[in-house]
Ligand binder design. Structure first.
Ligand code: HEC
Ligand code: HEC
Length: 349
């Protein structure tokens, strides 16, 4: 993830060119597709194109869910007592009602302060090469360990250890890290939370479609997928998560805040790297379960998925979409909704 955003952007343009070429190509091959409402891709070509751009997810195996580190992570994730105010757990801001995101624009942390950005979903998130809106955490363990002094409100990471001991966590840490002479540590807290979150994978109808199940997408959703490809959304939202992998400027065609009315303006990755080219650059979010994770964008400035899609077409692609096209895209994005995993709930204590 040390690639500069310029490289990633060029790579995105290449994908866009390739996709436009493919789109143009299949359009010429199928003369009949000139009739109104016809598909620019024959169904089999659409499936082939989709397979080359995206990828499938498979639910976690029961053995992974039952592994001692994942079990410990599940306890920690749902336990409000392990925070400076005794009332905040990871799940406070990553709720099951919102598919592990937060329906509020900003969330309240254990110090009673509002978070600086909108809370992202944790489902499927561990597959990303870097974590958070700015990609400023390497992986789930790193993110969780730093949240001890962040969202969870502790003065320093070691202040966590007596709280864990007080609440009887010793046996769970010993079982999860059997070779470690000193298992209760901030680093192992992070590792256990990552292990749990790795099991929170949510396959959806779109995966069944990619695997070849006929009728997994409705005709409207297939047309939305065509548009998602041909309009160029795939230049950034690609791979099995439909995003999560690249960094891009939010606002390629015009400044994003003109469309979102965001205030204050967030400078994105510039805050982390100090490089001019990183101003207003964010990690492209994954779109898995996106129909359930409103509000949208780093500051929750779009209330509905339709609004978010309109803003994307406008500021990333310089395009104004017809209402019917917005509906089609939204309908396709709904095919990315999987089920909330049964173990995304507090364990028995
Ligand atoms: C006070 C609310 C709050 C609490 C508590 C909280 N989070 Fe978050 N979480 C957020 C916000 C806000 C973001 C986005 C932060 C950013 O990118 O600047 C986030 C981002 C994340 C991400 C990044 C997802 C991605 O796609 O990159 C992960 C993973 C995550 N949180 C896991 C956790 C875990 C594990 C805990 C418990 C140790 C936790 N969170 C506690 C609010 C919270
Ligand atoms: C040039 C790259 C790029 C293109 C092209 C692009 N996006 Fe995005 N998309 C992003 C980035 C970056 C964000 C995050 C913006 C922010 O909140 O800072 C985003 C955010 C989103 C979100 C909100 C996700 C969330 O969890 O808040 C949706 C929905 C979305 N895009 C859909 C689309 C659709 C549909 C298209 C095509 C019309 C598209 N995008 C085209 C880069 C892109």
């Amino acid at each position: 993830m040390k690639k500069s955003s310029a490289t990633v952007f060029l790579a995105s343009l290449l994908v866009l060119a390739l996709v436009t070429w493919r789109f143009g190509f299949s359009g010429t091959a199928g003369e009949a597709s000139a009739s109104p409402g016809a598909h620019p891709f024959p169904d089999s070509a659409l499936l082939e194109t989709a397979r080359s751009l995206f990828g499938t997810l498979g639910a976690a195996l029961p053995a992974a869910v039952a592994a001692p580190d994942a079990v410990l992570g599940r306890h920690l994730f749902w336990d409000e007592r392990i925070s400076s105010d005794g009332k905040t757990s990871c799940a406070s801001c990553h709720t099951s009602e919102a598919w592990s995101s937060d329906a509020r624009r900003y969330s309240t942390d254990a110090r009673g302060r509002l978070t600086g950005r909108n809370s992202q979903p944790v489902f499927n998130a561990m597959e990303q090469p870097s974590i958070r809106w700015l990609g400023d955490r390497q992986d789930g363990a790193h993110q969780a360990e730093l949240s001890i002094v962040g969202s969870m409100g502790f003065a320093d990471a070691d202040a966590l250890v007596p709280v864990l001991l007080d609440h009887g966590y010793d046996p769970l840490f010993r079982a999860a890290f059997p070779g470690d002479p000193d298992p209760i540590s901030p680093a192992n807290y992070g590792r256990a939370l990552e292990a749990y979150q790795r099991t929170l994978v949510t396959p959806a109808p779109f995966d069944a479609y990619l695997e070849g199940t006929l009728g997994a997408l409705s005709p409207e959703q297939e047309r939305g997928l065509e548009l998602f490809v041909s309009a160029g959304c795939v230049a950034c939202h690609t791979g099995p998560l439909l995003g999560g992998q690249s960094f891009t400027r939010f606002g390629l065609a015009r400044p994003y805040w003109e469309a979102t009315l965001s205030e204050p303006v967030d400078e994105g990755r510039f805050a982390v790297t100090g490089e001019e080219g990183d101003r207003y650059v964010f990690r492209t979010p994954m779109l898995r379960n996106v129909a359930r994770t409103a509000p949208y964008f780093h500051d929750g400035s779009a209330a509905t998925l339709g609004d978010a899609v309109r803003v994307m077409a406008d500021v990333q692609l310089g395009r104004t979409l017809e209402d019917a096209d917005v509906e089609r895209l939204v309908s396709f994005l709904e095919s990315l909704t999987g089920e909330v995993p049964a173990h995304y709930a507090p364990p028995e204590r």
